[in-house]
Design a protein around this ligand. Structure first.
Ligand SMILES: *[C@@H]1O[C@H](CO)[C@@H](O)[C@H](O)[C@H]1NC(C)=O
Ligand SMILES: *[C@@H]1O[C@H](CO)[C@@H](O)[C@H](O)[C@H]1NC(C)=O
Ligand SMILES: *[C@@H]1O[C@H](CO)[C@@H](O)[C@H](O)[C@H]1NC(C)=O
Ligand SMILES: *[C@@H]1O[C@H](CO)[C@@H](O)[C@H](O)[C@H]1NC(C)=O
Ligand SMILES: *[C@@H]1O[C@H](CO)[C@@H](O)[C@H](O)[C@H]1NC(C)=O
Length: 397
């Protein structure tokens, strides 16, 4: 072996070694750097997670104080109205209590927003406006759907939003289900993502001594299962309205034309007949937890009927409620969803807005339902514009 050849082998080994060391060094730098970045990224997300939970905690603490304040000097039922409740703790989930729970069973455009708004003008109320909207524009019937709906309703009342991801995702684009929720909406209006956070929804929900919901998709037959549940302890009002008024009001909803459950008066009135049958049974079986209200009666005499509803629920007729009735029953402002209205006229618009052939068409399939619920048939065009469509002494509930 010549010296030259020997040197070149040594050199190439050395080069190889140097290259190896360099590569190793670079590798270490890359690994170290990316580890650093991961650590940095992790700590950032920990900070924002922390910030978020601090923010939620602050809101929850503030709400808890507000609720306590709102319920100061509250007259608890103390055994009246079959409610064995003597202090706030009896109603607080975090103190092992059970909230006073109520819900409204109604259909689309039956006056349910107006009726719910009256109840929701009471302080310290956690209100959800049709939390079954992810079921689509259908009436919920049949064992499978009913079972799913009832399970969801239990989760809502128990504040288990972590088990309601489908609902949370469904309502994400508009979230009107929370619009009238006193505890949620003031925060969601600026930060929509808060109201898609099950941790936030659950924490706020659990603070409330009163819970109220409105369902427009559940026929009474499906909803009655909720009364059987003693643990839930919920009270139910069935809201009834003249099918001619309902159909006239639904005519203004675009989506309604695509849903037979919404646009077909025959479907509506079949439900009203079956609701009547179930209502008669429920009134006997659950005299303290089931009640029927006709929208027309409530609108003609809001003070009196509202008092009756509050007594039924076992709630104070709070000064906020009186204020609400004063400001929301005497004017007529806004669009068709508006709650500022002349309540005495609102249920009867159909008499002028429908023509007689449209009215006849509805009456043709609704006469049984109308008779059961105390609504008078219009006999001709002039009669329709002048008559009083309601019977006062129909079978009362
Ligand atoms: C966390 O909150 C602090 C102070 O409120 C703020 O300065 C910081 O930017 C927040 N960090 C993140 C990651 O949101
Ligand atoms: C009412 O509640 C109290 C205390 O929670 C209990 O001792 C009492 O038995 C209850 N009464 C009725 C009638 O449920
Ligand atoms: C009604 O259905 C039709 C056909 O499926 C669809 O094109 C339309 O967008 C629907 N309208 C509404 C308001 O949902
Ligand atoms: C009644 O109203 C409907 C719908 O607007 C219309 O199609 C019909 O022609 C009207 N009938 C009469 C007799 O005016
Ligand atoms: C409409 O019906 C009323 C009440 O039955 C009746 O008195 C009146 O004569 C009828 N008018 C017309 C134009 O048929």
């Amino acid at each position: 072996m010549t010296m030259k050849k020997f040197m070149s082998i040594v050199m190439s080994r050395r080069t190889g070694f140097v290259l190896f060391v360099l590569t190793f060094f670079c590798f270490c730098v890359v690994v170290f750097d990316s580890r650093n970045r991961i650590i940095e990224y992790r700590s950032q997300s920990i900070i924002s997670e922390e910030n978020r939970s601090i923010k939620i905690q602050n809101i929850v603490d503030q709400r808890r104080r507000d609720i306590k304040h709102e319920m100061e000097n509250y007259e608890f039922p103390n055994g009246k109205f079959c409610r064995n409740i003597s202090n706030l703790d009896d109603l607080l989930m975090e103190k092992g209590g059970r909230p006073m729970r109520s819900f409204l069973i109604a259909g689309w455009r039956t006056g349910s927003s107006f009726t719910s708004a009256i109840i929701n003008s009471h302080p310290a109320n956690f209100y959800l406006d049709e939390p079954l909207q992810d079921f689509g524009h259908v009436r919920i019937r049949g064992p499978l759907l009913v079972d799913a709906a009832i399970k969801n309703i239990h989760k809502f009342f128990n504040c288990e939003f972590d088990k309601l991801q489908h609902f949370i995702d469904f309502v994400k684009p508009d979230q009107w289900v929370y619009n009238d929720n006193q505890g949620l909406w003031p925060h969601c209006v600026n930060q929509r993502d808060l109201c898609s956070d099950p941790i936030f929804l659950t924490a706020v929900c659990r603070l409330y001594p009163l819970q109220q919901m409105k369902f427009t998709r559940l026929p009474l037959e499906s909803a009655q299962l909720l009364l059987e549940d003693k643990h839930l302890g919920a009270r139910m009002i069935l809201l009834v309205r003249d099918p001619r008024g309902i159909m006239q009001s639904r005519g203004r909803l675009e989506w309604c034309q695509n849903s037979t459950d919404c646009s077909d008066p025959q479907v509506l009135c079949n439900d009203m007949v079956s609701d009547h049958k179930v209502a008669v049974e429920l009134k006997k079986k659950y005299p303290h937890t089931f009640k029927v209200v006709r929208y027309e009666d409530l609108s003609l005499n809001p003070q009196h009927k509202a008092k009756e509803m509050f007594e039924f629920y076992g709630l104070n007729f709070h000064s906020n409620v009186e204020k609400f009735l004063d400001t929301h029953t005497k004017n007529n402002l806004g669009d068709s969803y508006s709650l500022f209205r002349d309540s005495k006229k609102a249920p009867f618009h159909w008499r002028n807005d429908l023509n007689f052939s449209e009215v006849e068409e509805i009456q043709r399939v609704c006469s049984t339902a109308m008779k059961l619920w105390g609504y008078v048939l219009a006999v001709n065009e002039t009669h329709q514009k002048e008559f009083n469509p309601i019977v006062y002494n129909y079978r009362r509930f």
